[in-house]
Write a protein of this length. Structure first.
Ligand code: AKG
Length: 258
């Protein structure tokens, strides 16, 4: 029988894939029963608008309601502070199944950041917005731009409900500042950006599949065109010696050691 370490080790191929592409998917990592329980709590928290939350209107992304008073103005985009939303959320935020894999990529001491992501992304069928091409690191402040986010699908994710799209290999590219707009999204009118965006890959997931992706990987997502809300649980990790910069939002909440 294979032990825990062997079952949760990345193969050399997966490590190489992450280094080359900036992402990989571990299929079926979270048991279906846990996904169902996490989704059920998320559905209750969403129905109750249990704080803290971020609203679609706060993002100002294309397709977001114009104001809190507009139709859909109270649509939640993220249930924030996922780690503190219940024992099963904490269990998966600090999961050894995830930590073991991350340690192969980040080093032996890994920490969960409670300040970034650490949320359930809720993509509403009627009022969800488009997320344009960006790198998550753009608003984060650490000594090194070396963090990994872990995106746990709590249900199916596919084009019609706004699954993630990624640009493989962009985590190691240097993109000239003029190719970004003021909010640090890739400008769609730039010819080089258009070429890059043509390399996009869709990340389709089933419940329990886990996407690991580098904080410099460009990604985007469409709106939800189906009748059901999509739920994804997302956590971000860094090496213990890659400290958040003092006084920034990244240093605002205690890290959790894995
Ligand atoms: O599901 C989405 O719309 C993408 C979310 C995303 O990329 C982000 O919050 O950084």
């Amino acid at each position: 029988m294979r032990g825990f370490a062997a079952m949760n080790a990345l193969s050399q191929h997966e490590v190489a894939q992450f280094q080359r592409d900036g992402f990989f998917v571990a299929r079926g990592l979270v048991p279906r029963a846990d996904c169902a329980a996490l989704k059920s709590t998320a559905q209750s928290d969403l129905a109750a608008i249990k704080a803290p939350v971020e609203y679609e209107v706060d993002t100002k992304y294309p397709g977001a309601p114009a104001s809190h008073a507009a139709p859909g103005g109270r649509t939640v985009r993220r249930l924030l502070q996922a780690y503190a939303r219940g024992p099963l959320f904490a269990r998966w935020g600090a999961a050894p199944e995830i930590g073991h894999r991350l340690k192969q990529l980040l080093g032996p001491m890994v920490q969960l950041s409670q300040a970034h992501h650490n949320c359930v992304m809720t993509k509403n069928p009627r009022y969800s917005s488009l997320t344009e091409w960006h790198q998550d690191i753009r608003y984060w402040s650490f000594e090194r731009p070396e963090l990994i986010s872990v995106w746990i699908a709590l249900g199916r994710e596919f084009a019609e409900n706004g699954c993630l799209l990624v640009l493989p290999g962009t985590h190691v590219m240097d993109i000239a500042p003029q190719r970004f707009d003021a909010a640090l999204f890739l400008r769609p009118d730039d010819a080089s950006n258009r070429e890059l965006i043509a390399t996009q890959q869709r990340v389709e997931l089933d419940a329990g599949d886990v996407l690991f992706f580098h904080c410099r990987l460009f990604h985007a997502a469409g709106s939800n065109q189906t009748a059901e809300t999509k739920f994804s649980l997302v956590f971000t990790y860094h090496a213990a010696d890659n400290r958040p910069l003092a006084g920034t939002r990244s240093a605002g909440l205690a890290d959790i050691a894995l």
